[in-house]
Design a protein around this ligand. Structure first.
Ligand code: FPP
Length: 247
């Protein structure tokens, strides 16, 4: 069976009414993919952008409501300057070539993370993407950039304290109200978390929001992650029994 046939078969075996509404992905293994091929690490990231393109297109075609991609963590600043600079050039490259497609495919772009520390060119690229797609009603595409979950929770607590001091909060707050202070306010939590490259950890990604998500790990490096892998993850999700603590 060739790849196209396999892809079509997988696609038609996915149950459209049991799709994960929100898929979050930790895109890992770009560096190792490159090094194992004797290439510079940048090549892995460059190829990683191609995978982002395909993953976004495929998720939107399948009817996923929200796709959240971990593109740069608050810890990634500790990489060598040349690598940070290269990673910071990618949103611009991606939107320059992909924005017309995102608009056409009704995808809405959003940034989650502390954008105040991002270079102006990154903010500009993502903001332009968000502005151009703000009236779209299809898939919401979150780019997590300079994102760290503990930072997000502490930020939320500080906003809450301010609102309390300003008299905007009466009495105690509950989980639902707390969620509104996070970057993901008004979004439902991820149903499915995918992490590539064989690492079995969460790495400070959406710690609050992943409380009841189904986790799916693959040894495949992000540049090799294909539509087929995405659909396999979704198929696997569709046979899981989610009990949310109940029996
Ligand atoms: C992890 O691989 C990947 C990253 C830190 C960056 C992920 C970014 C992309 C895939 C491109 C983002 C695209 C846009 C449009 C913003 P790694 O470098 O940690 O790999 P390693 O663990 O093998 O070294």
């Amino acid at each position: 069976m060739d790849l196209e046939q396999k892809e079509n078969e997988l696609k038609s075996s996915i149950e459209p009414d049991r799709l994960p509404g929100h898929v979050a992905i930790i895109m890992d293994g770009n560096g190792r993919w490159a090094v194992e091929k004797g290439l510079p690490r940048q090549e892995g990231h460059r190829q990683g952008v191609e995978t982002v393109r395909e993953t976004v297109r495929c998720s939107s075609e399948l009817g996923i409501n929200i796709l959240t991609l971990f593109a740069f963590s608050t810890e990634n600043w500790q990489r060598p300057a040349w690598e940070v600079n290269y990673l910071m050039s990618l949103p611009e490259k991606y939107f320059n070539s992909e924005l017309p497609d995102l608009v056409r495919n009704n995808v809405r772009v959003n940034l989650i993370g502390d954008d105040s520390k991002l270079p102006a060119r990154v903010r500009k690229a993502v903001n332009e993407g968000a502005e151009a797609t703000k009236n779209n009603t299809g898939m919401l595409l979150n780019f997590a950039l300079n994102y760290g979950s503990r930072f997000e929770i502490v930020m939320a607590v500080n906003k809450l304290i301010k609102d309390a001091v300003d008299g905007k909060i009466k009495g105690k707050i509950n989980e639902k109200e707390f969620s509104k202070y996070l970057y993901t306010a008004d979004m439902h939590d991820p149903d499915l978390l995918i992490r590539t490259s064989g690492e079995l950890r969460i790495s400070n990604f959406l710690l609050w929001q992943l409380a009841y998500s189904e986790l799916w790990f693959t040894d495949v490096y992000w540049p090799d992650f294909s539509r087929i892998h995405l659909m396999e993850a979704i198929k696997d999700y569709q046979v899981r029994k989610r009990r949310f603590g109940k029996v």
